[in-house]
Each structure stands twice: as structure tokens, then as C-alpha cells.
Design a protein around this ligand. Structure first.
Ligand code: ADP
Ligand code: ASP
Ligand code: MG
Length: 399
């Protein structure tokens, strides 16, 4: 019988310097020596993707997205080659591949591409030869044969898509935190670790901003039933730890009876001083610039819309071509959307009311601009400068 395949992913902080890369190499080799065929997906070292972005913005305030992809994909190439060398140094055979060499095929939306298909032929060949395969995360190739990247945090998606295509036994996402917590432990140190979550709950948490797992990665795991573990890179390989994301969560786990908290901290907003007869024109204008607001309020005299800050370059370009009847203003105040994530959020009115009452009572400076509820989320939009305090208030009052 063939040995099972394991896909491991190590994030930027786990490969931030040579010492950490060597520790990762040891953990990879431990998995290999325990009988797995191992595929390792790596992120760029430390903050190097941010540094590359800064370099690009030093050249132009509106970098072309194709060139950004050429630039940013280089970050992961550095860590893949170094990790391969570190593994070889430990006496195992290893080979590194870029996303395109790994057969990761995407659509052509530069800087925020979606994986369409994975054809991991070269990876399978090298696994057959007994090698450990290292793959540069966060990148692929479009059907136009252009290099694309998968959006910030996209290496998680590379790992899960490969795990699905290779029929892996499991996919381990290794980072600086030992699993999924009820809230970001950096913001709420007393938050508890969650033992297991369903794909749907984890996807809702990720889409609400918990960057510990990329939302598209969780969606791939759900569609392909990939067993997904969130673990610490410093955990010993093979010892049970972290959080398991799977189809059926354990209903007896108390932690899951209460909601978790996530924050999307990178929003900007626009108001349009316009009237309903121009609303169709507004939507068509956004479409031309590939813009989709996360939320919009279409009032008789104004439209208020929230966008991701990542799209600010598109917004700036769109502003220069706004239809004259729309009178747009892009506001400077950064915004954040904090969500309570759990079952029955829209059916059970207590969550929205507990959140609003607590925020209003605790701090008059925290103004809630909008709320939204859906099946798995109750969300509050506040100014980004208040996001940590608002999360703490919600944690104290709702969990
Ligand atoms: P990597 O660079 O390894 O991909 P990320 O920085 O993307 O790691 O994700 C790990 C971080 O996610 C943690 O350091 C933590 O601050 C943050 N985080 C946000 N929400 C949560 C949560 N609910 N549980 C655990 N970590 C969380
Ligand atoms: N290096 C990319 C980023 O910083 C992708 C990733 O880490 O997943 O967003
Ligand atoms: Mg990440």
C-alpha cells in the first residue's frame, strides 16, 4: 500500500529567518520519517510581501496588478528554495516548485485570482521518486499563461487545493498560533482555544476577517472534504494539538455553544451624493472598475458603501472616471467590521442587541455606523481605531 500524503503549510512568521526555516525543515523531516509522502507549501519570509508592496508603491501609486503579481510571487520563491536546501541538509531529498510548475491554474484576475483547477503532475512524479516537495504558496498561472497571486493570505488556499488534488490524508496549516481561538488571541489574550469547528463555521469566521485561515482555503476544504488542522509550527509533529476543521463538529464541545469574534480591519468607505434614478449608473461604473462593495446602503439622497482597502487603487482610478451625477467622496477614516460568528445569529435577536447595548454603554466614542446580520454573523461597523476596544467589549458581554 502506498504511503499517505500529508500537505503542510508554513506561514510567513514560521519561515521568517534561517533559524526558523531550519526548525520547519526538522518538522517536515519528522513527518517524512513517520511514513508520510510530504508536500510543503510555504509563504514568503516574515514581512517580505509587505516590503515588496512598499517597493512597488515607491515606483507608482497605482501599480499595475500584473506587475505586482510578478513581484510578489518572488517572495514565496525565496522561501521554497531555502527550505528545500535546509531539508536536503538534513539528509532527505527535496525539490521546490513554483505555483505554475505545481499545476495551479487560476482565473486571470491579477492580485486576487481564484484557483480553477490543480494538475499536480510534477509533484506526483517527485513524490513517486521519494522526494519531499516544496511548493511556493499564494501563486498560480492563469489560462493566459500569466503568473497570478491569490490574495493576501492565499498560501493557505494553495495548500488545501493541493491536498484535495493529491487526495491527501490531511492538510496542516502551521502558524504562530496553536489553533483557532474564540477571538484573535493577540487582541483578547483570555480567548479560549476551540477544539473543532465545522467547515461552515470556520468559513464564516474567516470571511468575517479571522486571518488565521484564508476563507477560500476553508471553502476548498469544505467542497473536497479535506481534513484541515490549524496547528502551531512549534508543536511536535504527530502529537495531537490545535483545532480540527471537519464536516461534523462535536456538538458536546461547550466552546461551540457561544459565538466567536472576528474583525475585518481593512475597510474604506465612499459616499455618493446622488438620487435613485442614477443608482443603475453607479453599479455599472463600479463594474467597469471591477469593484464590488461589501455593503451598500441605497438611500433616496445618498449611497454609502464599504470596500476593502486592498481595492483602494481601483477606487482611486474609478474616482477619476466617476459619472458626473454621482458626486463621490472617498473618506479617509479607516473602518473595521467586527462580527459575532455562530449559529442562529439572524434568528436569535439577543446577539445584535447584546452587542449594541454593550458597545453603547461601555464607550460613547465607539460609534456603530452600520450593523448586519445573516445566518452565521452579527456584524458591527466601527472606526478602525476603536476595533480592539470594541472586540474586548463584545467578548466581555457576548461570550
Ligand atoms: P501565517 O503568517 O502563518 O499565515 P497569519 O498571521 O495569517 O499566519 O495567521 C495567524 C494569526 O491569526 C495569529 O497570529 C492571530 O493573531 C490571528 N488570528 C486572528 N483570529 C484568530 C483566531 N480566531 N484564532 C487564532 N488566531 C487568530
Ligand atoms: N505572502 C503572502 C501574504 O503575505 C501570502 C501568504 O502569506 O499566505 O499575504
Ligand atoms: Mg495567513
Amino acid at each position: 500500500m502506498q504511503q499517505p500524503i500529508l500537505v503542510q503549510k508554513y506561514g510567513g512568521s514560521s519561515v521568517a529567518d534561517p533559524q526558523r526555516l531550519k526548525q520547519v525543515a526538522e518538522r517536515v523531516v519528522a513527518a517524512y520519517r513517520q511514513g508520510y509522502r510530504v508536500v510543503v507549501v510555504v509563504s514568503a519570509m516574515g514581512d517580505s510581501t509587505d516590503h515588496l508592496m512598499t517597493l512597488a508603491r515607491g515606483m507608482t501609486s497605482h501599480p499595475h496588478r500584473r506587475e505586482l503579481d510578478m513581484l510578489l510571487s518572488a517572495g514565496e520563491r525565496i522561501s521554497m528554495a531555502l527550505l528545500s536546501m535546509a531539508i536536503q541538509e538534513l539528509g532527505c531529498e527535496a525539490i521546490s516548485f513554483t505555483g505554475s510548475q505545481s499545476g495551479i491554474l487560476t482565473n486571470d484576475r491579477h492580485f486576487d485570482a481564484r484557483i480553477i483547477e490543480v494538475r499536480p503532475i510534477r509533484i506526483q512524479d517527485e513524490l513517486e521518486r521519494g522526494k519531499i516537495v516544496i511548493v511556493a504558496g499564494f501563486q498560480g498561472m492563469s489560462y493566459k499563461r500569466e503568473i497570478t497571486t491569490l490574495g493576501r493570505g492565499g498560501s493557505d488556499t494553495t495548500a488545501v487545493a493541493l491536498a484535495a488534488a493529491l487526495g491527501a490524508e490531511a492538510c496542516e496549516i502551521c502558524s504562530d498560533v496553536d489553533g483557532i481561538y474564540e477571538a484573535d488571541p493577540r487582541v483578547i489574550p483570555e480567548a479560549q482555544q476551540i477544539a473543532s469547528l465545522s467547515y461552515e463555521e470556520m468559513e464564516a469566521l474567516s470571511r468575517a476577517g479571522a486571518k488565521v485561515l484564508h476563507a477560500d482555503a476553508v471553502a476548498w476544504a469544505r467542497q473536497n472534504q479535506v481534513a484541515l488542522y490549524a496547528r502551531s509550527t512549534s508543536s511536535t509533529f504527530g502529537e495531537p494539538s490545535g483545532t480540527l476543521i471537519r464536516r461534523d463538529r462535536d456538538l458536546e464541545d461547550d466552546n461551540l455553544m457561544r459565538p466567536a469574534i472576528a474583525c475585518m480591519n481593512d475597510l474604506c468607505w465612499m459616499t455618493l451624493d446622488t438620487t435613485p434614478e442614477h443608482h443603475g449608473k453607479v453599479a455599472a461604473w463600479w463594474k467597469t472598475f471591477h469593484l464590488t462593495p461589501l455593503w451598500s446602503h441605497w438611500n433616496p439622497n445618498a449611497v454609502q458603501s464599504f470596500f476593502r482597502r486592498d481595492d483602494e487603487d481601483l477606487l482611486q482610478r474609478a474616482l477619476a472616471h466617476a459619472p458626473p451625477e454621482t458626486h463621490p467622496t472617498l473618506h479617509n477614516t479607516p473602518m473595521a467590521c467586527i462580527s459575532l460568528v455562530g449559529q442562529n445569529m439572524s434568528r436569535d435577536p439577543q446577539w445584535l442587541s447584546r452587542g449594541m447595548e454593550a458597545l453603547a454603554a461601555a464607550d460613547p466614542d465607539i460609534l456603530v455606523y452600520q450593523t448586519h446580520t445573516d445566518a452565521l454573523r452579527a456584524s458591527f461597523i466601527v472606526e478602525a481605531e476603536h476595533q480592539a476596544r470594541a472586540q474586548q467589549i463584545l467578548y466581555a458581554s457576548c461570550l
